[in-house]
Design a protein around this ligand. Structure first.
Ligand code: ADP
Ligand code: MG
Length: 256
């Protein structure tokens, strides 16, 4: 198992209260080596907190997070992160942004440029190496951010709603591109989204979360016999989508 959450709970202290707020409760989840797992849930259900735990920036209140069987003790270059906001350096060109990852890895200067250019090519940005972030569209900036994360050559790619700020058409082309990159690189990907379609389109498995406190409701196996043509138009796509939608809707209706 590449990643294991074992009975993980995360609570935050609440000001002027002795009762902490439980953001995540009893999370048990496993991600296989090379798997593309999507995690979908309503806003505020603890998705980003779960990812923060994986990065090692935040510690669980109880339970354990293991990577390759070893407890996560802090941030590491084995995990690359892509956020919704473009976390690019505005004073660096696209290629220099990607080179940042390589500098961190100690790759010699000579090799850096060539490698960085190959990562830009991988994300479909051939010819845009010398553009500054402000000279790129939102979608292109996210491509650079993905290239920079890949340049660290992480085992695991953690993505927190990376396409949420993009228009629908750009989002779809990046989703397709990401699947291609995943197939090519064999990385383990944990991809967070609040979009059901996105979760079903990208994930081999979809973990559905519920809120207050954040829990994993179900994990769906998503398998299409063929991804040829318009996947979203396949009846099976609609079935997965509806099942997840029903689960999330149940959640939104107050009971009792
Ligand atoms: P999501 O990413 O699913 O929208 P988050 O993980 O950001 O949800 O947040 C889950 C819940 O935990 C929210 O109610 C949020 O207010 C709370 N929370 C997140 N981080 C903190 C923190 N550092 N201190 C207190 N509460 C937090
Ligand atoms: Mg979030």
């Amino acid at each position: 198992m590449k990643i294991q959450f074992v009975d993980v709970t995360k609570s935050f202290p609440v000001r002027d209260s002795s009762v902490p707020f439980t953001a995540l409760s009893d999370i048990s989840l496993e991600v296989r080596e090379g798997e593309f797992l999507t995690l979908v849930g309503p806003s505020g259900c603890g998705k980003s907190t779960l990812l923060d735990l994986l990065t090692g920036l935040v510690k669980p209140t109880s339970g354990e997070i293991l990577i390759d069987g070893v407890p996560v003790s802090g941030p590491g270059l084995d995990r690359g992160i892509v956020f919704q906001q473009y976390a690019l350096f505005p004073w660096r060109t696209a290629v220099a942004n990607v080179e940042f990852g390589l500098e961190a890895k100690g790759v010699p200067r000579r090799e850096r440029r060539a490698l960085a250019l190959s990562y830009l090519e991988l994300v479909g940005l051939h010819g845009f190496a010398d553009r500054y972030p402000h000279e790129l569209s939102g979608g292109m900036r996210q491509r650079v951010a993905i290239a920079r994360s890949l340049a660290f050559d992480p085992d695991v790619l953690l993505m927190d709603e990376p396409f949420a700020a993009l228009d629908a058409q750009t989002r779809e082309s990046l989703q397709e591109e990401l699947l291609r990159i995943w197939e090519k690189t064999g990385k383990t990907i944990v991809f967070i989204t609040h979009g059901i379609d996105e979760a079903v389109y990208l994930g081999q498995r979809v973990a559905v979360m519920s809120a207050s406190p954040g829990r994993i409701r179900t994990v769906f196996d998503v398998s299409f016999t063929s991804r040829e043509g318009d996947l979203r138009a396949q009846p099976l796509f609609g079935e997965y989508r509806h099942e997840i939608w029903s689960l999330l809707r149940e959640e939104a209706v107050p009971v009792g």
